[in-house]
Design a protein around this ligand. Structure first.
Ligand SMILES: N[C@@H](CCC(=O)N[C@@H](CS)C(=O)NCC(=O)O)C(=O)O
Length: 223
């Protein structure tokens, strides 16, 4: 299986983590949606990453891909709860992370810091400050309350819900704005318990190296 995506995309991260957790062999291919290959539109008419190719089968969208991987490789690590309410809740938290968290973190923090610099523009501190103080706390408090004293968002084990939330929050970590454990004790404990899993540790190391290279390139451009 080939996973086409970009290293700092939270949706690519969700799919890569799912594959690693499930022990699926795959090849990771870098695809920058802003400098796409010619066949990008035929792979995904929405022109977004991630996309997988599994033999002759091509599939886009992280949620569709995670559903496909679960149907094909339920064992050894299931990532969707079996119990109906827990299953529904997992899908809801996945959706919450993919839409609400993504919007605030991507538009409000990641782009104003990193994409601006990649494009040679100054960091938009005002947008970052506004997001961190006004928009994002609402999202994070909701997730904090969802967890209360549970280890996982849905059911009694790690699921796609946990990987989805974690995958979005990693971009806050890269930006140096991971929320504090004082304000969000359950959410940050949840983040850390995923961060130390072998799958996530390995991936984070390669992402940090990649981001470092990108930032070095930018500072080289400036001097
Ligand atoms: N619902 C999609 C969202 C994918 C998405 O928005 N990917 C971003 C990268 S994080 C992208 O490809 N953006 C390119 C663009 O907006 O043109 C999924 O879950 O895969």
């Amino acid at each position: 299986m080939i996973i086409h995506g970009s290293a700092l995309s939270p949706f690519t991260r969700k799919v890569v983590l799912s594959a690693l957790e499930k022990g699926i062999a795959f090849e990771n291919r870098d695809l920058n949606p802003y400098a796409p290959p010619e066949d990008f539109k035929s792979m995904n008419p929405l022109q977004r990453v991630p996309i997988i190719q599994d033999g002759e089968f091509t599939l886009a969208d992280s949620s569709a891909i995670c559903g496909y991987l679960e149907a094909k490789y339920a064992a050894p690590q299931a990532l969707f709860p079996k119990e109906p309410m827990a299953y529904g809740h997992a899908l809801w938290i996945e959706e919450y992370a993919d839409t609400a968290l993504f919007k605030d973190i991507s538009e409000g923090v990641f782009r104003p810091i990193f994409i601006n610099q990649f494009l040679g523009k100054p960091v938009d501190h005002a947008t970052v400050e506004h997001t961190l103080s006004k928009a994002l706390p609402l999202r994070l408090h909701y997730l904090e309350n969802q967890l209360e004293d549970r280890s996982w968002f849905a059911g009694g084990a790690i699921s796609v819900a946990d990987l989805s939330v974690y995958s979005q929050l990693v971009n806050l970590l890269h930006a140096g704005h991971l929320p504090s454990s004082d304000s969000y004790p359950h959410l940050m404990a949840h983040f850390k318990q995923i961060q130390i899993r072998p799958s996530a540790e390995k991936l984070l190391r390669s992402e940090t190296a990649y981001l470092g290279q990108m930032l070095d390139m930018i500072s080289g451009r400036k001097t």
